[in-house]
Design a protein around this ligand. Structure first.
Ligand SMILES: Nc1ncnc2c1ncn2[C@@H]1O[C@H](COP(=O)(O)OP(=O)(O)OP(=O)(O)O)[C@@H](O)[C@H]1O
Length: 321
């Protein structure tokens, strides 16, 4: 569990983090989404006691970081994967950290295995690829077998295989009941990894909600239906309260009713279905809907203003889009 209460950090006149309050719960991966420079790293550093808040506070498992008796066994973090002594081997680096934090040599071998670095464990770290650095950073975070984990942009610069590996690991760690808090500046990345998102812009909270909540509420979520008796089905679906539009290929796009209801309507009338597929709005589209709502909306007790949201959205698109 991680808790931030009115967390604020000023660097001179710049408010890097501005009154952030949130609670990160165990058992799910929570994404921390915000454009570059929005204050994600600073927030994580304050949670880890590496930066002092100007105002407010942060707690890990109910205590401030400084109050944790055995920090390595309470929270593990990957902030900057390259911040290690490259002259050492991965095994020696981990042994050194383990000794300092109170973990045994057996645990070092376990984490090397978890991250797939056993065969490279005795090579000098300097020769590592970025992906291997990330794996080593994750191994270090896991050393104390902590219930809370934080990863700052862990997939940056990784190839698809590395990204897939990290995503799976995070979900597995959350499924074990751990608190997993992971930052990214890309919306599509978070959509694949997290169940819940905290979105910030310019150091301020913009949204704090589950991805399902966000996307199911979006008008862009619909069910795609293909049937040889489409017009008849469309009429029945509309009578049942669904709204239907027809795609270019003749498929019905139904909003307002779920697949089970549409399937039952078709069955009652003995109408054949060739396709019945729920299409969830993308996280990106759902956020667009929020902006176009033109009203301010509340999240986590904070009011997000439209301009901040629109500005944040613009910078959260996948690169090259
Ligand atoms: N030590 C520092 N001194 C002065 N300004 C800082 C310092 N650290 C961060 N900042 C500023 O605080 C703001 C937030 O930075 P931060 O690194 O927390 O953002 P971020 O969301 O993690 O972005 P990125 O993904 O680029 O790291 C930025 O404007 C940054 O320039």
């Amino acid at each position: 569990m991680i808790e931030a209460n009115s967390l604020t950090k000023k660097y001179g006149d710049v408010k890097a983090v501005d009154g952030l309050s949130f609670e990160i719960k165990p058992g799910v991966v929570t994404g921390f989404l915000g454009p570059n420079g929005s204050g994600k790293s600073t927030t994580m550093r304050m949670i880890l006691g590496l930066d002092a808040p100007t105002e407010g506070s942060a707690e890990v498992n109910g205590k401030s970081y400084a109050g944790l008796a055995a920090p390595m066994h309470e929270v593990g973090a990957l902030l900057d994967a390259k911040a290690v002594d490259g002259a050492r081997s991965a095994r020696n680096h981990l042994r050194w950290v383990a000794k300092a934090g109170g973990a045994g040599r057996k645990r070092v071998e376990e984490v090397l295995d978890t991250v797939g670095l056993t065969s490279a464990a005795d090579a000098k770290i300097t020769g590592f690829s970025l992906g291997m650095y990330q794996r080593l950073g994750i191994a270090t975070a896991l050393l104390g077998d902590p219930p809370t984990l934080m990863f700052d942009e862990p997939v940056n610069g990784l190839d698809p295989e590395g990204i897939y590996w990290i995503r799976t690991l995070m979900r597995d760690l959350a499924a074990e009941g751990r608190t997993v808090f992971v930052s990214s500046h890309l919306m599509n990345e978070m959509e694949e990894t997290a169940e819940h998102v905290i979105v910030i812009g310019r150091g301020r909270l913009i949204a704090d909600m589950s991805i399902t909540e966000l996307t199911q509420g979006s008008a862009r979520s619909h069910v795609r239906v293909v049937s040889p008796r489409a017009p008849e089905l469309a009429e029945a679906v509309e009578r049942a309260g669904g709204s239907v539009t027809v795609a270019e290929d003749g498929a019905l796009l139904v909003a307002g009713l779920g697949s089970p209801e549409i399937g039952d309507i078709a069955l009652d009338r003995h109408i054949g279905l060739h396709e019945l597929s729920p299409r969830r709005a993308s996280l990106e589209a759902a956020f667009m809907d929020l902006t176009s709502d033109s009203v301010q909306y509340r999240s986590g007790g904070h009011v997000a203003d439209e301009r901040a949201l629109a500005e944040t959205l613009r910078t959260l698109q996948p690169e090259g889009k």
